[in-house]
Design a protein around this ligand. Structure first.
Ligand SMILES: C[S@@+](CC[C@H](N)C(=O)[O-])C[C@H]1O[C@@H](n2cnc3c(N)ncnc32)[C@H](O)[C@@H]1O
Length: 243
């Protein structure tokens, strides 16, 4: 995107300024506005996180215009924390497997899979900030996690043995599309696990609960300091729920 600047009193003079969008620019922003922070339920992992919501939110809006009105990447969401905890405690589920962390945000769930011994971890998210923050978070933890920015939702996945999804049932359309896709993947033999703190569009059936955790959160983000979150195995008939 280009912005045209006209210095005061020089009406005929224009300067084109390119708003930075490169991965390096985004990473500089992330380093400046967040801090490496231990994940409450997974203290063996750290991510670049917003320690105070408002400054980051406002800085993002003011400095980066319409880039990032919801910095999902800057928090370890309760569903992701629960799923990451469960993966860390059940490494046999991911060990040696090719894992997709769908809707990865910070990449927390993918970090847990990599720490637990996955053969390959791809963290996919359509937010360009995730493409920037995932490598930072991988480096921070000394782990290998690949960032992927294309929208994979609904596509037939090739080359993955397991799909993990932290906190994706918070929005009606995303939940409905995700559940439909998850059902298709499961029917084709690709297991799907989700971490979910009981969002508005969480599946009410077609899932098998594996574990529950009380997840520390921030009252600035969630209006509560503690959220009960479940780890769910998706079943083939999960499609259609949440709509
Ligand atoms: C609540 S955050 C969860 C992030 C992370 N999984 C966690 O639990 O901390 C939801 C994420 O879903 C991502 N998202 C929304 N639609 C998506 C899509 N079609 N494909 C990939 N990611 C998507 C958003 O960009 C956001 O980062």
């Amino acid at each position: 995107m280009l912005r045209r600047l006209t210095p005061p009193g020089v009406s005929a003079f224009h300067v084109s300024v390119s708003i930075p969008r490169s991965r390096g620019d985004l990473q500089a922003f992330i380093r400046a506005r967040t801090a490496p922070t231990r994940v409450p339920l997974c203290p063996e992992l750290a991510i670049y996180a917003a320690t105070e919501v408002t400054p980051l939110w406002h800085a993002t809006a003011a400095e980066l215009r319409d880039w990032d009105d919801s910095p999902f990447w800057a928090f370890p969401w309760a569903g992701g924390q629960a799923l990451a905890r469960w993966i860390l405690d059940h490494p046999e589920v991911v060990r040696g497997r090719r894992v997709l962390d769908f809707a990865a945000g910070s990449g927390l769930v993918g970090l847990a899979a990599a720490r637990a011994g996955a053969a390959r971890v791809v963290a996919a998210d359509i937010d360009p900030f995730c493409d920037a923050v995932v490598p930072l978070n991988a480096d921070l933890n000394g782990l290998a996690v690949e960032a992927h920015g294309d929208d994979l939702l609904g596509l037939p996945l090739e080359g993955f043995d397991l799909v993990l999804a932290g906190d994706v049932f918070y929005e009606r359309a995303l939940a409905a599309r995700s559940l439909s896709w998850f059902g298709e993947l499961v029917a084709r033999g690709v297991p799907v696990l989700a971490g979910d703190p009981g969002r508005n569009y969480s599946p009410s059936a077609g899932v098998r609960p594996l574990a529950e955790y009380d997840v520390p959160s921030s009252s600035d983000v969630e209006a509560k300091d503690l959220l009960r979150a479940r780890v769910l195995e998706l079943l083939a008939d999960a499609a259609g729920y949440g709509e």
